[in-house]
Design a protein around this ligand. Structure first.
Ligand code: HEC
Length: 113
């Protein structure tokens, strides 16, 4: 099960990040947090690698459909709680509140290229 081993890898990455008690060294720069915590699944610029989209159902954060309904509240909620189907982990505890707000603001700047 490639998806399962992927989750194990993510869990380990989050656990390791938790050991020094901060993702991206505690940075509150949205782009820095995004690259440390989100880019593995969502891609460097918000467009997921095809394998992630196909196997895990990762959403395209640059797509017209998402951009039409995105908001700070929506992204912050998604990051805090993860996805209802459990495919995206919850980041409460892994990211500070300031990091969650910064990464959400960064996601709102992503555009399709
Ligand atoms: C383990 C892979 C993974 C990681 C890491 C991840 N996501 Fe996700 N994300 C997903 C998946 C899968 C979905 C779609 C979930 C669903 O089907 O409901 C998703 C959905 C979303 C959505 C909802 C899009 C919509 O259509 O409403 C947002 C916003 C989002 N992610 C932002 C982030 C941010 C910001 C981070 C970093 C803090 C992040 N994600 C980290 C896998 C991931």
């Amino acid at each position: 099960m490639r998806v399962c081993s992927f989750f194990v890898a993510v869990a380990i990455a989050l656990a390791v990040a938790g050991c020094d008690r901060s993702v991206a060294g505690g940075s509150t720069d949205g782009a820095t947090v995004y690259h440390a915590a989100c880019a593995n699944c969502h891609g460097e610029r918000g467009k997921p690698p095809p394998a992630m989209a196909d196997q895990l159902g990762v959403r395209d954060l640059t797509g017209a459909e998402f951009r039409a309904r995105r908001s700070l509240a929506l992204v912050e909620q998604q990051v805090r709680k993860g996805s209802a189907n459990g495919r995206m982990p919850a980041f409460t505890g892994a990211l500070t509140e300031a990091q969650i707000q910064a990464v959400a603001a960064y996601v709102l700047t992503l555009e399709s290229k």
